[in-house]
Design a binder for this molecule. Structure first.
Ligand SMILES: [Zn+2]
Length: 648
C-alpha cells in the first residue's frame, strides 16, 4: 500500500529540478561572451509582464489545448496508436503542440502549475506512443502518407517539426528532470542523422528551425553529431540544388550555403530562424564567415527592412521581406512568429557580441511586434500585425484559431520564458538586459552567490531601483543597458551620481566592489517622443510615430472625438504637447496620451482631387487626439487604427 502511494506520488508531483539551465545554455560555448541566467533563478514580481504571463498560463495555454482537441490536432498523434480518425489540419500541426509543451516547460521551470503539468504529461504520453521503433515521428508522413516521407523537403516541414520537438523536450527536461519527451526528439534526430548524414543521402530543411534545436541539443547532451548535422544543414548540400527552383532559394532561405547570403529576403520567419540557428553555430565554432554574414544580414534588417514595431515581413505574398525601405503600413505582414524570430536571433547575437543594439532591437519586438500578437484576455491571437487598419469588419485581425496556428504557441513560449531573458553573466560580472520588478538569485561566474532585486514600474515609469547583494563584498562589473531612446538617463549608486560613461544605446559598465544591499537607481526619461522614418519609407513621409519608453503608440478611431476616425487628424508637433494619464481600467491598465491636433475637413465634402492650395491649414479645426499603446490595438472591436500620424 505504501509502495503504491509512493508510486502515485511520483507520478503526480514535480521532481526536484535536475538542472538550472538558461534558455540558451552557452556555458561551454567557446565563442559566447555571455551566459544566461535560468528562468528558475528569476522571480518576477507584479508588473507589466506578470500580468501578460498570468493570462498566458491561466487562459491562453488551457484554451489552446481545448482547440487542439476540437481541431483534431492531438488525435493526429492518437491515430498512429490505433485511434480510428482521419488526420486533420495542415502538415505541420505537430509543431504547434510541441511549442505549446515548450511554453509549459518554461513555466514549470519557474514554479509548479499542477494543471498545466498534468495536461502536458498526458500530451507527452500521447506523443511518445506515436513514435515508430525506428525513431521516426511525424503525424502527416505516416499511415496513408507513408510514401510521401522525405519526398517534400521544400515545403514538407518534416525537419521543422523535429526542431520544435527537440526544443520542447529540452524545456521539459530542464523543468521536470523527465527525459521522455527529449528522448522522443533524440530518437528522431538520430534517425535523421543515420538515414541521411551517415548514409550519405542529401537532405535539406525547407523551413529553417531545426538548426537552433540541434545546437541546443548538442549543448544539452554533449553529442557532437547534433552540431555536425546543424552545420551540414547550414552549409547546404550542393546535391540538393537541382531539386529546388532558383526562386525558392530566396523564399526558403536555405539549400544554398548560409554564408553566401547577402541580404534578408524571402520568407521572414524562415530567414530569421536561419539567422538565429547560424548564430548558434557561430557561438560553437567561431567561424569568421558566419560572423561576417550575420553582421551583414542584421544591418540589412535593422537599417532597411524592419518595422518600428520590431516586426519584419512587409509582403503578404510569400510572407516575405520587401525591397529596402518597403514598409507599407496597412499591408504590413509582420507575422507574430517573425517578430519572435528576431528576438531569438538578437538574443544569440548578444551572446556573441554583447552590444545594446541587439537588446534594444529585442525589446522593441518584445513590447510591440510580439506583444501585440496576444490579446489582453489571452484568447485571441494576431497572425499579421499591421500598422494601420481601415476599420473594415472583414479584417479579422485577432482570432482564437488559425489553420496555420504557429503564432499562438510561439507567443506562449516567449511569455513563459521571459524571466530567462532579464540577466546574463560574463567573466567580469552581471548584465542587466530588461527592466521589470523581480528577484534574481544566481551566482557570478567565480561562484559568488548573488541576489539582485529590481523594483520598477517600467515601462510606465522610467525609474529602476536595483539592490545588488553579493554574498560577501566582491569586485565585479554590473552592466546596465541604457536603451537608445533614453539619452537623458541618470544613474546613482547609494544615492551618489555615477561618474562613468552613461550613453544611450550602450551598456553602462559599473566597475566597483559591490557590498550586500548596494542600491543602484537608473532613471530613464519616458517622456513621449516623436519618431520619424527614413525618407525612403515613402508611406511615412510627413508623418511621425509616437513612442514612450519602449512602447510604440497608435491611434484608434473609437478613442477620437465626435465620431471621427483615426485618419481625420494631424498631430501638432511644434512643439508636441502630450497629456499623460494612467488609466487603470482601460485595456488592462495603460498610460494614454492626449495630444494637440487639428482635424482635417470632412473627406466626404471634398472631391477626390482638387487644385493644390499650399500647405495652409485651411478648413482644419483644433482639437485633441488620444493614443494608446500599439500592443493593445483592436482589443475593443473593429475600428480604424494607425501608428504613423500625419503632422501639421
Ligand atoms: Zn506564426
Amino acid at each position: 500500500m505504501r509502495a503504491l502511494a509512493l508510486v502515485l506520488l511520483l507520478a503526480t508531483s514535480l521532481p526536484a529540478q535536475t538542472a538550472d539551465k538558461p534558455v540558451l545554455d552557452t556555458a561551454r560555448s567557446p565563442h559566447a561572451v555571455l551566459h544566461g541566467v535560468p528562468v528558475s533563478a528569476v522571480k518576477f514580481s507584479d508588473g507589466f509582464w506578470t500580468q501578460r504571463r498570468r493570462v498566458t498560463a491561466d487562459t491562453s495555454l488551457p484554451t489552446l489545448l481545448e482547440l487542439f482537441e476540437t481541431k483534431g490536432i492531438l488525435d493526429n498523434f492518437r491515430r498512429l496508436n490505433g485511434k480510428d480518425v482521419a488526420r486533420r489540419g495542415p502538415l505541420f500541426t505537430d509543431s504547434d503542440v510541441y511549442k505549446w509543451l515548450e511554453a509549459i516547460g518554461f513555466f514549470l521551470q519557474e514554479r509548479d502549475h499542477p494543471e498545466l503539468r498534468a495536461s502536458a504529461r498526458e500530451v507527452i504520453a500521447i506523443i511518445a506512443a506515436a513514435q515508430e521503433p525506428s525513431g521516426y515521428i511525424n503525424t502527416f508522413y505516416s499511415r496513408e502518407n507513408l510514401k510521401l516521407r522525405h519526398t517534400n523537403m521544400r515545403h514538407g516541414h518534416e525537419l521543422y517539426c523535429l526542431g520544435h520537438l527537440i526544443q520542447a523536450g529540452i524545456a521539459w527536461q530542464r523543468a521536470t528532470g523527465e527525459t521522455t519527451l527529449l528522448q522522443v526528439g533524440r530518437n528522431m534526430a538520430d534517425y535523421v542523422h543515420r538515414e541521411f548524414l551517415t548514409a550519405g543521402r542529401p537532405i535539406f530543411e525547407g523551413h529553417p528551425e531545426l538548426e537552433l534545436a540541434l545546437i541546443e541539443l548538442y549543448r544539452a547532451t554533449g553529442e557532437k553529431k547534433y552540431l555536425d548535422l546543424a552545420g551540414y544543414l547550414l552549409a547546404g548540400d550542393p546535391r540538393n540544388e537541382a531539386a529546388v527552383p532558383p526562386r525558392e532559394f530566396v523564399y526558403l532561405f536555405t539549400v544554398r550555403p548560409f554564408v553566401t547570403r547577402q541580404i534578408m529576403e524571402g520568407h521572414a520567419v524562415r530567414a530569421a530562424y536561419a539567422c538565429a540557428g547560424a548564430t548558434d553555430y557561430y557561438l560553437e565554432t567561431g567561424d569568421a564567415r558566419y560572423a561576417e554574414t550575420l553582421q551583414r544580414l542584421w544591418q540589412d534588417m535593422a537599417r532597411r527592412k524592419q518595422y518600428i514595431t520590431g516586426g519584419i515581413g512587409s509582403r503578404g505574398a510569400g510572407e516575405a521581406f520587401g525591397d529596402p525601405y518597403e514598409l507599407p503600413n496597412p499591408q504590413a505582414y509582420t507575422e507574430s512568429c517573425a517578430a519572435i524570430a528576431t528576438m531569438f536571433w538578437n538574443w544569440r547575437m548578444l551572446h556573441a557580441w554583447p552590444e545594446a543594439r541587439f537588446m534594444d532591437n529585442f525589446e522593441r519586438a518584445l513590447y510591440n511586434g510580439a506583444n501585440a500578437g496576444l490579446s489582453l484576455d489571452g484568447r485571441l491571437y494576431c497572425y499579421r500585425n499591421p500598422l494601420e487598419l481601415t476599420g473594415n469588419p472583414e479584417d479579422k485581425i485577432r482570432n482564437p484559431w488559425y489553420d496555420t496556428t504557429c503564432c499562438p504557441p510561439n507567443l506562449q513560449r516567449i511569455m513563459a520564458s521571459l524571466p530567462g531573458y532579464q540577466y546574463s553573466t560574463s567573466k567580469d560580472g552581471l548584465w542587466v538586459h530588461l527592466y521589470h520588478g523581480s528577484a534574481m538569485d544566481w551566482k557570478l561566474e567565480d561562484g559568488t552567490p548573488l541576489r539582485v532585486v529590481q523594483k520598477t514600474e517600467y515601462p510606465w515609469k522610467g525609474t529602476v531601483d536595483l539592490a545588488v547583494s553579493p554574498h560577501a563584498a566582491r569586485a565585479f562589473v554590473l552592466h546596465l543597458r541604457v536603451p537608445e531612446w533614453a539619452p537623458k538617463a541618470t544613474l546613482t549608486i547609494n544615492g551618489t551620481p555615477w561618474t562613468g560613461n552613461l550613453q544611450a544605446g550602450a551598456y553602462a559598465a559599473i566597475r566597483r566592489t559591490w557590498k550586500p544591499g548596494d542600491a543602484v537607481r537608473l532613471t530613464l526619461d519616458v517622456t513621449p517622443r516623436l519618431t520619424q522614418a527614413n525618407f525612403r519609407v515613402r508611406e511615412n513621409i510627413g508623418k511621425v510615430a509616437v513612442e514612450r519608453g519602449p512602447l510604440l503608440y497608435c491611434m484608434e478611431g473609437l478613442d477620437q472625438a465626435d465620431g471621427t476616425t483615426a485618419f481625420d487628424w494631424y498631430l501638432k508637433t511644434n512643439p508636441p504637447r502630450f497629456a499623460e494619464s494612467w488609466q487603470p481600467e482601460l485595456l488592462g491598465g495603460i498610460v494614454t496620451l492626449k495630444a494637440q491636433a487639428s482635424r482635417a475637413p470632412k473627406a466626404t465634402e471634398r472631391p477626390l482631387y482638387e487644385r493644390y492650395a499650399g500647405q495652409s491649414a485651411g478648413g482644419r479645426r483644433a482639437g485633441e487626439v488620444t493614443l494608446i499603446p500599439y500592443y493593445t490595438f483592436v482589443n475593443r472591436g473593429t475600428t480604424t487604427m494607425q501608428v504613423w500620424v500625419p503632422v501639421e
